[in-house]
Design a protein around this ligand. Sequence first.
Ligand code: C2E
Ligand code: MG
Ligand code: MG
Ligand code: MG
Length: 290
Amino acid sequence: AADAAMYHAKTLGRNNVQFYSEELNQVVHQHLLLEASLSRAIRNGELVLGYQPKVDLRTGKVVGAEALVRWQHPVDGIIAPDIFIPVAEQTGLIIPLGDWVLDEACATLHALAAVGIEDFVIAVNLSARQLRQRRFVNRLADTLARHGVPAHRLELEVTESQLMDHPEEARDALAQLKLLGVRLSIDDFGTGYSSLSHLQKFPVDCIKIDRSFLGGGTDPDDGHEVITRAIIALGHNLKLQVIAEGVETIEQLTFLRDHDCDQMQGYYFSPALAQDGLQEMLRRDARLPM
Ligand code: C2E
Ligand code: MG
Ligand code: MG
Ligand code: MG
């Protein structure tokens, strides 16, 4: 409906500047409300991070976690990032929001190190808009230093489609981050139409197979498995690690293991956990049954 209203307003609006559909008005109004309350939420500490474990498929060991932001709204309860990240990206709020996420993830890495958990990586999702910021690398270096966290324990995930919006610029920004020493991965891989020549030039460590390619894992002829296998082979040929996200079933897990995928994350093993839940899991050395 939003798109329709937008289209309507554009086509009619060309000859009629006064035109403003009621529907469009509503959409803009809701957007502004969301923007104002999100801005307040960042300042009031209403954001929280969940940590979804990432598991090594050869040892079953938890080797890292992806930080996923949630908004704990005082009235509406927990709001998922798919609702507010797009608004944050459009309004520029992604910069303070992203800074908060990076700071919080580094604080967690510091807290884990303090209890002896040091061979562990936290991955943070990064928007292209953060990547394009001037002095982003310097500011990130400051954040790591402030928490006493070595760069190699932080991973940054950028989606393939965002990288492909401005591939040359993205490559240069990633190269600077690589010099700093953080790990880099391409998120939602397979959905962003990157040409192979670009893929080879992005200085990343890992690709994450988008969960839309995993399929149910029960029908070998549905085409998903061919794509998953091809992505794993491509990644390994480029000397990259490959992780599958959104793994929900034992069939998917078995398939990934049989085809030499390096890591997995998904509800089959664990959803995102609060920081103390993650710490408890690591302390127990909980493993994926082999
Ligand atoms: P993503 O980075 O691809 O994250 C994976 C999403 O899949 C997460 O949703 C996660 O909860 C969900 N997921 C994990 N395992 C399973 C599973 O087994 N089955 C299914 N169906 N889903 C699973 P979430 O937390 O709602 O995040 C959605 C997206 O929001 C993320 O996609 C990421 O693009 C974005 N996002 C989350 N946190 C941040 C952040 O701090 N900054 C930025 N820029 N984006 C973020
Ligand atoms: Mg991600
Ligand atoms: Mg993803
Ligand atoms: Mg996604």
